[in-house]
Design a protein around this ligand. Structure first.
Ligand code: HEC
Ligand code: HEC
Length: 224
């Protein structure tokens, strides 16, 4: 898909740059030709995204998206479509649990579509490093059962049906393999309470008990 010559991106990029402190490098984007593939960032957008990813986002998510702190989700090898969609959800303030509000709304508010696409491509192409091996083995095996088969009497579907047998996700569903258990647990609770308001995951999580969420989170964290 071609972006028209008088691209909203260039215009918005200029406006945003003027009032933001960490996007100084956005000037690079303004020099870029306007006929680009919307979902295939050009070299300069990529270079700029890499700079932000390492210099800004990396403070929390790690330079390659392999965050080591459980509060900060791992982004390495995550699907580009999901990354772009979720960054836009932070930007439009529709992904709204307290940590999303506190950490990511401000971060995403100044990103234009081209930068979001390039950041998504950057993280999607990073290699996921092996995660920690902790976790209680009984919880991990219960988690595996839930992941692969769901919990029929509670109407919980198998996670693998959407997130894939290996939890690498697909074009449309996020990768979960190797994600921090604490983060996964918190997201499941947020889907359940609708603080993170996504109908499909609310349906999945609505009947999950805390121990079941903990189990599936423990399983996912140790997946390579
Ligand atoms: C000060 C710390 C901090 C910085 C800097 C930061 N983030 Fe985040 N980010 C977080 C936290 C905390 C969350 C989890 C929010 C939640 O629990 O909903 C998050 C979540 C995300 C997610 C969602 C991941 C998922 O699996 O759904 C993406 C994508 C993301 N950040 C990208 C970025 C990008 C790109 C930047 C730089 C422009 C950035 N972050 C900068 C703290 C940070
Ligand atoms: C019918 C498809 C479907 C099934 C089944 C499903 N999910 Fe999801 N899941 C999704 C979608 C779609 C998203 C992305 C939500 C969004 O747009 O923010 C998601 C997101 C998530 C996230 C947030 C990822 C992140 O990085 O923030 C977690 C955690 C999650 N799912 C866990 C599970 C678990 C555990 C199960 C099984 C108990 C499960 N899902 C079953 C479709 C599904």
């Amino acid at each position: 898909m071609l972006i028209p010559t008088t691209s909203a991106r260039t215009f918005a990029g200029g406006k945003r740059r003027a009032r933001h402190w960490w996007l100084g490098g956005a000037v690079l984007l303004l020099a870029v030709g306007t006929s680009v593939q919307a979902d295939e960032p050009d070299a300069e957008a990529r270079a700029y995204a890499q700079k932000i990813a390492i210099g800004t986002c990396g403070t929390c998510h790690g330079p390659t998206g392999n965050s080591t702190q459980p509060k900060f989700p791992r982004l390495a090898a995550q699907n580009a479509n999901y990354l772009a969609a979720t960054l836009k959800a932070f930007r439009s303030q529709t992904r709204g649990d307290p940590d999303a509000i506190g950490y990511m709304w401000g971060m995403a508010s100044e990103l234009d579509d081209a930068t979001i696409a390039a950041l998504a491509a950057y993280y999607a192409s990073q290699k996921a490093e092996a995660s920690r091996s902790g976790g209680d083995s009984a919880a991990i095996s219960r988690g595996r059962e839930i992941y692969e088969h769901g919990i029929e009497p509670e109407g919980v579907p198998a996670c693998s049906a959407c997130h894939g047998a290996d939890a690498y996700g697909t074009k449309d569903f996020p990768r979960l393999a190797g994600q921090h258990a604490q983060y996964v647990l918190k997201q499941l609770a947020s889907f359940q309470s609708n603080m993170r308001n996504v109908a499909v995951m609310h349906g999945v999580a609505q009947n999950l008990r805390l121990t079941e969420m903990q189990a599936v989170a423990a399983y996912l964290e140790v997946q390579p």
